[in-house]
Design a protein around this ligand. Structure first.
Ligand code: GDP
Ligand code: CA
Length: 320
Protein backbone atom coordinates (compact mmCIF):
# COMPACT_ATOMS: atom_id res chain seq x y z
CA UNK A 1 0.00 0.00 0.00
CA UNK A 2 1.22 3.52 -0.79
CA UNK A 3 0.33 6.01 1.92
CA UNK A 4 1.16 9.71 1.97
CA UNK A 5 1.03 11.75 5.18
CA UNK A 6 1.09 15.58 5.44
CA UNK A 7 2.76 16.24 8.76
CA UNK A 8 3.86 18.82 11.29
CA UNK A 9 6.17 17.87 14.16
CA UNK A 10 5.14 16.09 17.34
CA UNK A 11 1.50 15.23 16.53
CA UNK A 12 2.33 14.08 13.01
CA UNK A 13 5.42 12.12 14.06
CA UNK A 14 3.63 10.24 16.83
CA UNK A 15 0.81 9.37 14.47
CA UNK A 16 3.18 8.22 11.71
CA UNK A 17 5.05 5.95 14.14
CA UNK A 18 1.72 4.28 15.00
CA UNK A 19 0.83 4.06 11.30
CA UNK A 20 4.11 2.25 10.61
CA UNK A 21 3.42 -0.24 13.40
CA UNK A 22 -0.05 -0.88 11.99
CA UNK A 23 1.12 -1.29 8.38
CA UNK A 24 4.02 -3.55 9.38
CA UNK A 25 1.35 -5.97 10.66
CA UNK A 26 -1.47 -5.46 8.17
CA UNK A 27 0.29 -4.55 4.90
CA UNK A 28 4.02 -5.43 5.00
CA UNK A 29 6.02 -3.78 2.23
CA UNK A 30 3.92 -0.61 2.31
CA UNK A 31 5.57 2.60 1.21
CA UNK A 32 4.96 5.68 3.32
CA UNK A 33 5.85 9.16 2.13
CA UNK A 34 5.79 11.85 4.79
CA UNK A 35 5.59 15.42 3.52
CA UNK A 36 6.78 17.68 6.32
CA UNK A 37 6.00 21.28 7.10
CA UNK A 38 9.14 23.42 6.80
CA UNK A 39 7.47 26.70 7.76
CA UNK A 40 9.08 26.50 11.23
CA UNK A 41 12.60 26.37 9.76
CA UNK A 42 15.08 29.07 10.68
CA UNK A 43 18.72 30.10 10.76
CA UNK A 44 20.15 30.09 14.27
CA UNK A 45 23.85 30.50 15.15
CA UNK A 46 24.59 30.11 11.45
CA UNK A 47 22.94 26.69 11.12
CA UNK A 48 19.71 25.70 9.44
CA UNK A 49 17.21 24.28 11.92
CA UNK A 50 14.22 22.30 10.61
CA UNK A 51 12.11 21.48 13.69
CA UNK A 52 9.36 19.39 12.09
CA UNK A 53 11.65 17.39 9.77
CA UNK A 54 13.90 16.60 12.73
CA UNK A 55 11.04 15.61 15.05
CA UNK A 56 9.85 13.21 12.35
CA UNK A 57 13.35 11.84 11.73
CA UNK A 58 14.15 11.30 15.41
CA UNK A 59 10.72 9.82 16.22
CA UNK A 60 10.67 7.40 13.29
CA UNK A 61 14.38 6.66 13.78
CA UNK A 62 13.89 5.71 17.44
CA UNK A 63 16.04 8.55 18.78
CA UNK A 64 13.46 11.03 20.05
CA UNK A 65 13.23 12.32 23.60
CA UNK A 66 10.02 10.49 24.43
CA UNK A 67 8.57 12.70 27.20
CA UNK A 68 9.43 15.94 25.44
CA UNK A 69 8.18 14.71 22.06
CA UNK A 70 10.99 16.44 20.12
CA UNK A 71 14.79 16.55 20.21
CA UNK A 72 17.19 13.73 20.99
CA UNK A 73 17.07 11.43 23.97
CA UNK A 74 20.09 11.55 26.31
CA UNK A 75 20.69 15.11 25.14
CA UNK A 76 22.88 17.76 26.76
CA UNK A 77 23.12 21.51 26.22
CA UNK A 78 26.76 22.45 26.81
CA UNK A 79 27.16 24.29 23.51
CA UNK A 80 23.97 26.31 24.02
CA UNK A 81 25.06 27.29 27.52
CA UNK A 82 28.45 28.37 26.30
CA UNK A 83 26.91 30.39 23.47
CA UNK A 84 24.68 32.12 26.01
CA UNK A 85 27.83 33.14 27.91
CA UNK A 86 28.84 35.07 24.78
CA UNK A 87 25.37 36.62 24.63
CA UNK A 88 24.86 35.10 21.20
CA UNK A 89 21.57 34.15 19.59
CA UNK A 90 18.27 33.33 21.21
CA UNK A 91 18.75 32.11 24.77
CA UNK A 92 15.15 30.83 24.88
CA UNK A 93 15.73 28.34 22.06
CA UNK A 94 17.94 25.50 23.25
CA UNK A 95 19.91 23.63 20.63
CA UNK A 96 20.96 20.33 22.16
CA UNK A 97 24.51 19.18 21.55
CA UNK A 98 23.50 16.05 19.62
CA UNK A 99 20.79 17.95 17.78
CA UNK A 100 23.39 20.50 16.78
CA UNK A 101 25.30 17.77 14.92
CA UNK A 102 22.22 17.28 12.73
CA UNK A 103 22.04 21.01 11.98
CA UNK A 104 25.77 21.23 11.24
CA UNK A 105 25.63 18.28 8.83
CA UNK A 106 22.55 19.71 7.13
CA UNK A 107 24.08 23.17 6.83
CA UNK A 108 27.32 21.82 5.36
CA UNK A 109 25.41 19.89 2.69
CA UNK A 110 23.16 22.86 1.91
CA UNK A 111 26.30 25.01 1.54
CA UNK A 112 27.73 22.41 -0.85
CA UNK A 113 24.67 22.98 -3.00
CA UNK A 114 22.48 20.03 -2.10
CA UNK A 115 18.76 20.72 -1.92
CA UNK A 116 16.82 20.35 1.33
CA UNK A 117 15.28 17.19 -0.14
CA UNK A 118 18.72 15.67 -0.80
CA UNK A 119 20.02 16.83 2.55
CA UNK A 120 17.04 15.30 4.35
CA UNK A 121 17.53 11.99 2.52
CA UNK A 122 21.18 11.91 3.60
CA UNK A 123 20.32 12.60 7.22
CA UNK A 124 17.63 9.91 7.14
CA UNK A 125 20.10 7.28 5.89
CA UNK A 126 21.68 7.23 9.31
CA UNK A 127 18.30 6.64 10.98
CA UNK A 128 17.41 3.88 8.50
CA UNK A 129 13.98 5.24 7.65
CA UNK A 130 14.08 3.57 4.21
CA UNK A 131 14.36 0.17 5.93
CA UNK A 132 10.92 0.87 7.37
CA UNK A 133 9.57 1.85 3.96
CA UNK A 134 9.54 5.55 4.86
CA UNK A 135 10.59 8.48 2.69
CA UNK A 136 10.71 11.87 4.40
CA UNK A 137 10.26 14.89 2.13
CA UNK A 138 10.25 18.59 2.93
CA UNK A 139 7.16 20.33 1.53
CA UNK A 140 9.48 22.57 -0.54
CA UNK A 141 13.17 23.05 -1.30
CA UNK A 142 12.72 26.81 -1.19
CA UNK A 143 12.75 28.45 2.25
CA UNK A 144 9.26 29.34 3.49
CA UNK A 145 9.19 30.78 7.00
CA UNK A 146 6.07 31.38 9.01
CA UNK A 147 6.08 34.77 10.73
CA UNK A 148 3.49 36.08 13.13
CA UNK A 149 2.10 39.60 13.09
CA UNK A 150 1.97 40.83 16.68
CA UNK A 151 1.35 44.40 17.84
CA UNK A 152 5.07 45.27 17.56
CA UNK A 153 5.51 43.90 14.02
CA UNK A 154 6.48 40.52 12.53
CA UNK A 155 8.32 37.88 14.55
CA UNK A 156 9.41 34.36 13.57
CA UNK A 157 6.86 31.68 14.40
CA UNK A 158 9.27 29.93 16.79
CA UNK A 159 9.77 33.16 18.72
CA UNK A 160 6.01 33.54 19.14
CA UNK A 161 5.53 29.84 19.97
CA UNK A 162 8.52 29.01 22.15
CA UNK A 163 9.53 32.34 23.67
CA UNK A 164 6.07 33.86 24.15
CA UNK A 165 4.19 30.54 24.52
CA UNK A 166 1.64 31.87 21.97
CA UNK A 167 0.48 34.40 24.59
CA UNK A 168 1.06 37.52 22.46
CA UNK A 169 -2.08 38.23 20.42
CA UNK A 170 -1.37 37.00 16.88
CA UNK A 171 -3.09 39.12 14.24
CA UNK A 172 -1.97 37.12 11.22
CA UNK A 173 0.39 34.37 10.03
CA UNK A 174 2.57 35.36 7.11
CA UNK A 175 4.45 32.73 5.09
CA UNK A 176 7.57 34.55 3.96
CA UNK A 177 8.84 33.12 0.65
CA UNK A 178 5.64 31.25 -0.18
CA UNK A 179 5.05 32.94 -3.54
CA UNK A 180 8.46 31.74 -4.83
CA UNK A 181 8.09 28.25 -3.37
CA UNK A 182 7.39 25.09 -5.34
CA UNK A 183 6.52 21.67 -3.99
CA UNK A 184 9.71 19.64 -3.46
CA UNK A 185 10.46 16.91 -6.02
CA UNK A 186 8.19 13.95 -5.37
CA UNK A 187 5.58 15.82 -3.34
CA UNK A 188 2.88 16.14 -6.00
CA UNK A 189 3.53 12.59 -7.24
CA UNK A 190 3.29 11.21 -3.71
CA UNK A 191 -0.16 12.80 -3.38
CA UNK A 192 -1.33 11.90 -6.87
CA UNK A 193 -0.13 8.28 -6.86
CA UNK A 194 -1.01 7.27 -3.29
CA UNK A 195 -3.64 4.72 -2.31
CA UNK A 196 -4.52 6.96 0.62
CA UNK A 197 -3.54 10.45 1.75
CA UNK A 198 -3.70 11.07 5.48
CA UNK A 199 -3.79 14.23 7.58
CA UNK A 200 -2.48 13.28 11.03
CA UNK A 201 -3.60 15.28 14.06
CA UNK A 202 -1.15 18.06 13.23
CA UNK A 203 -1.72 21.76 13.72
CA UNK A 204 -4.29 22.71 11.01
CA UNK A 205 -2.97 26.27 10.71
CA UNK A 206 0.81 26.36 11.03
CA UNK A 207 1.64 22.73 10.10
CA UNK A 208 -0.88 21.30 7.60
CA UNK A 209 -2.12 24.79 6.64
CA UNK A 210 1.39 25.80 5.59
CA UNK A 211 1.90 22.65 3.48
CA UNK A 212 -1.47 23.24 1.77
CA UNK A 213 -0.43 26.82 1.01
CA UNK A 214 2.58 25.75 -1.11
CA UNK A 215 1.45 26.51 -4.68
CA UNK A 216 0.11 23.31 -6.26
CA UNK A 217 -0.31 21.20 -3.12
CA UNK A 218 -3.95 22.01 -2.43
CA UNK A 219 -4.82 21.27 -6.07
CA UNK A 220 -3.00 17.95 -5.85
CA UNK A 221 -5.21 17.01 -2.89
CA UNK A 222 -8.44 18.06 -4.53
CA UNK A 223 -7.64 16.12 -7.70
CA UNK A 224 -5.91 12.96 -6.45
CA UNK A 225 -7.88 9.77 -7.10
CA UNK A 226 -6.84 8.64 -3.61
CA UNK A 227 -9.17 9.16 -0.67
CA UNK A 228 -8.01 11.89 1.73
CA UNK A 229 -8.87 11.42 5.39
CA UNK A 230 -7.74 13.08 8.60
CA UNK A 231 -7.79 13.00 12.39
CA UNK A 232 -8.96 15.89 14.52
CA UNK A 233 -6.13 17.51 16.51
CA UNK A 234 -8.83 18.98 18.75
CA UNK A 235 -10.39 16.78 21.42
CA UNK A 236 -13.39 18.11 23.33
CA UNK A 237 -12.71 21.71 22.34
CA UNK A 238 -9.01 21.80 23.26
CA UNK A 239 -5.68 21.01 21.61
CA UNK A 240 -4.28 17.98 23.39
CA UNK A 241 -0.73 19.27 23.46
CA UNK A 242 0.48 22.65 22.33
CA UNK A 243 -1.36 25.80 21.45
CA UNK A 244 -3.31 25.01 18.29
CA UNK A 245 -6.38 26.79 19.69
CA UNK A 246 -4.50 30.12 19.62
CA UNK A 247 -3.55 29.52 15.98
CA UNK A 248 -7.13 28.65 15.03
CA UNK A 249 -8.41 31.80 16.77
CA UNK A 250 -6.08 33.91 14.64
CA UNK A 251 -7.66 32.63 11.43
CA UNK A 252 -11.19 32.83 12.88
CA UNK A 253 -11.85 29.09 13.24
CA UNK A 254 -13.36 27.70 16.45
CA UNK A 255 -11.31 25.14 18.40
CA UNK A 256 -13.65 22.23 17.80
CA UNK A 257 -13.42 18.97 15.89
CA UNK A 258 -16.33 20.02 13.69
CA UNK A 259 -15.02 23.52 12.90
CA UNK A 260 -11.58 22.18 11.91
CA UNK A 261 -13.20 19.66 9.56
CA UNK A 262 -15.32 22.38 7.97
CA UNK A 263 -12.24 24.59 7.69
CA UNK A 264 -10.47 21.86 5.65
CA UNK A 265 -13.71 21.27 3.78
CA UNK A 266 -15.10 18.21 2.06
CA UNK A 267 -13.64 17.45 -1.37
CA UNK A 268 -17.07 17.07 -2.93
CA UNK A 269 -17.65 20.74 -2.12
CA UNK A 270 -14.22 22.17 -2.96
CA UNK A 271 -12.30 21.22 0.21
CA UNK A 272 -9.45 18.76 0.74
CA UNK A 273 -10.95 15.90 2.79
CA UNK A 274 -13.30 12.96 2.32
CA UNK A 275 -13.32 11.68 5.87
CA UNK A 276 -12.67 12.81 9.44
CA UNK A 277 -11.88 10.77 12.52
CA UNK A 278 -12.82 12.40 15.83
CA UNK A 279 -12.44 11.52 19.47
CA UNK A 280 -15.24 9.86 21.44
CA UNK A 281 -15.63 13.20 23.25
CA UNK A 282 -16.75 14.66 19.90
CA UNK A 283 -19.22 12.00 18.76
CA UNK A 284 -21.81 14.72 18.19
CA UNK A 285 -19.50 16.48 15.70
CA UNK A 286 -19.18 13.20 13.76
CA UNK A 287 -22.97 12.88 13.56
CA UNK A 288 -23.38 16.42 12.25
CA UNK A 289 -20.64 15.97 9.65
CA UNK A 290 -22.04 12.58 8.57
CA UNK A 291 -25.43 14.22 8.02
CA UNK A 292 -23.66 16.55 5.56
CA UNK A 293 -22.09 13.69 3.60
CA UNK A 294 -18.74 13.25 5.40
CA UNK A 295 -17.29 9.81 6.05
CA UNK A 296 -16.71 9.88 9.81
CA UNK A 297 -15.56 7.60 12.58
CA UNK A 298 -15.22 7.97 16.32
CA UNK A 299 -12.54 6.49 18.57
CA UNK A 300 -10.25 7.33 21.48
CA UNK A 301 -7.72 9.49 19.58
CA UNK A 302 -5.31 10.24 22.42
CA UNK A 303 -1.96 8.89 21.16
CA UNK A 304 -0.79 7.55 24.51
CA UNK A 305 1.56 4.85 23.22
CA UNK A 306 2.55 3.13 19.97
CA UNK A 307 0.11 0.16 20.14
CA UNK A 308 -2.82 2.46 20.80
CA UNK A 309 -1.71 4.88 18.07
CA UNK A 310 -1.49 1.90 15.67
CA UNK A 311 -5.16 1.19 16.43
CA UNK A 312 -6.02 4.85 15.77
CA UNK A 313 -4.22 4.58 12.40
CA UNK A 314 -6.17 1.39 11.61
CA UNK A 315 -9.45 3.18 12.35
CA UNK A 316 -8.43 6.06 10.10
CA UNK A 317 -7.50 3.69 7.26
CA UNK A 318 -10.91 2.04 7.63
CA UNK A 319 -12.40 5.35 6.48
CA UNK A 320 -10.48 4.83 3.24
P1 GDP B 1 4.20 20.46 16.10
O1 GDP B 1 4.70 20.87 14.75
O2 GDP B 1 5.25 19.86 16.98
O3 GDP B 1 3.38 21.51 16.77
O4 GDP B 1 3.24 19.21 15.86
P2 GDP B 1 2.02 18.97 14.90
O5 GDP B 1 1.59 20.17 14.16
O6 GDP B 1 2.28 17.73 14.12
O7 GDP B 1 0.88 18.54 15.93
C1 GDP B 1 0.50 19.35 16.99
C2 GDP B 1 -0.97 19.12 17.27
O8 GDP B 1 -1.22 17.74 17.49
C3 GDP B 1 -1.41 19.79 18.52
O9 GDP B 1 -1.91 21.04 18.16
C4 GDP B 1 -2.51 18.90 19.09
O10 GDP B 1 -3.76 19.50 18.82
C5 GDP B 1 -2.38 17.62 18.30
N1 GDP B 1 -2.16 16.46 19.13
C6 GDP B 1 -1.06 16.21 19.88
N2 GDP B 1 -1.19 15.04 20.53
C7 GDP B 1 -2.39 14.52 20.16
C8 GDP B 1 -3.10 13.31 20.48
O11 GDP B 1 -2.63 12.46 21.26
N3 GDP B 1 -4.34 13.11 19.88
C9 GDP B 1 -4.87 14.03 19.03
N4 GDP B 1 -6.07 13.78 18.48
N5 GDP B 1 -4.23 15.18 18.72
C10 GDP B 1 -3.02 15.41 19.26
CA1 CA C 1 5.99 22.56 13.99
Amino acid sequence: MKVTVLSGGVGGARFTRGLLAHLAESAPGSQITVIANTGDDMWLHGVRVCPDLDTLMYTLGGAVHEQQGWGRREESSRVSQDLAAYGVGWDWFTLGDLDLATHLARTQWLREGLSLTETTARLCERWRLADQGVRLLPMSDQPVETHVRVDDGLIHFEEWWVRHRAALPAREFVQVGLAQAEPAPGVLEAIGEADAVLLPPSNPVVSVGTILAVPGVRDALTTTPAPVVGISPIIGGAAVRGMAAECLATIGVAASAEAVARHYGRRATGGVLDGWLVDTADAEAAEKLAADGWRTAVTDTLMRDVPHTARIAATLLNLV
